[in-house]
Design a protein around this ligand. Structure first.
Ligand SMILES: Nc1nc2c(ncn2[C@@H]2O[C@H](COP(=O)(O)OP(=O)(O)OP(=O)(O)O)[C@@H](O)[C@H]2O)c(=O)[nH]1
Ligand SMILES: [Mg+2]
Length: 302
């Protein structure tokens, strides 16, 4: 008998820094979301699509749950909680090295219980787990809390057990059509992708509170032909930060930090866009934008 085509929306939720965006990128096989060893990396919901022989899975990466400190973080948490409802399957990601259910994880569990939806528990970073007994203990703790459709220990960075995740999702999807063009792998515009990649480099290279207070805006993104008739993208972007002192750090001594951010971002964008990129970045101060509704609305769901 011919297998029926299945489709559905699958959210990736969890505390900040557990590896949700790394999982998304690994499942899709493309760089879609920024990844950094910092908290609050993802700021809004990002969709990415996996097309399989008999299914289309639309993933929604969400901002990590954390203690809100600004209008922006409140918006981020609101976005994440929206996708604990309103999806076909929830991937609840936890850090495999955790020994108990922390407050953030408990809040997420409570929301999942409230929604009563199908949820798969993903235990990430198992490459960091020394003791298998600990892993079993944490699985037991969580399994007591909710009737998960499956529990899958994975390592997103080592690409371990990712196929199992897709198979478990497919088991829980209903029959349905492909919602998106199979050529397409994300709903992000090229401009958003460029902003995300530039911000990722700044997050990775900067320390302390500087990266949390930045946002990136691409003002210009235009494809043209060079004299040699090769395609090239001209991209102009601004990194906004909270204070003059931050601006100094982002620019660095004789412009060295900004140059580094620009070089890494350009290399990534050239891969993503598959053309040469000419990238110019400016740095400007915008005080207290984290609490400015007219800017924060950029990150809100529409
Ligand atoms: N050792 C190890 N590190 C991982 C794994 N998956 C992700 N990481 C690292 O964990 C850090 C956070 O990853 P992200 O994907 O940005 O985490 P996130 O959950 O999306 O974070 P937010 O967007 O802030 O909620 C990065 O340094 C990743 O390289 C894994 O399987 N093993
Ligand atoms: Mg993320």
């Amino acid at each position: 008998m011919e297998e029926k085509f299945k489709s559905g929306f699958v959210s990736i939720v969890g505390r900040t820094n557990v590896g949700k965006s790394t999982i998304l990128n690994a499942l899709v096989g493309e760089k879609v979301a920024a990844v950094a060893n910092k908290t609050q990396t993802t700021r809004t919901a990002i969709k990415a699509i996996v097309n399989r022989k008999n299914s289309q899975i639309v993933f929604i990466d969400t901002p990590g749950i954390h203690k809100p400190k600004s209008k922006l973080s409140e918006t981020m948490i609101e976005t994440a909680f929206t996708f604990i409802g309103d999806v076909d399957v929830i991937l609840f990601v936890i850090d495999g090295t955790s020994k108990e259910i922390g407050r953030g994880d408990q809040r997420i569990l409570d929301k999942i219980k409230e929604s009563g939806r199908k949820a798969i528990l993903i235990i990430n970073k198992i490459d960091m787990v020394q003791n298998k007994e600990d892993l079993l203990k944490i699985i037991a703790l969580y399994s007591k809390e909710y009737n998960f459709s499956a529990v899958v220990p994975i390592s997103a960075t080592q690409k371990q057990n990712l196929e199992d995740v897709l198979v478990e999702i497919e088991k829980n999807l209903k029959e349905g059509p492909a919602y998106y063009d199979t050529e397409k792998y994300t709903d992000q515009t090229l401009r958003q992708l460029a902003e995300e990649m530039i911000r990722e480099k700044a997050l990775k290279l900067l320390d302390d509170e500087v990266p949390h207070g930045i946002y990136v805006e691409v003002e210009k993104m235009k494809k043209r032909k060079t004299k040699e008739n090769k395609a090239i993208y001209d991209i102009e972007a601004t990194i906004y930060c909270l204070r003059d002192s931050h601006k100094g750090i982002i620019i660095g001594k004789e412009g060295s930090m900004l140059k580094k951010i620009g070089t890494y971002a350009r290399e990534d964008l050239e891969k993503i866009l598959d053309t040469k990129v000419n990238l110019k970045i400016w740095v400007k101060v915008k005080e207290d934008w984290l609490n400015d509704n007219s800017i924060v609305k950029k990150f809100k769901l529409n």
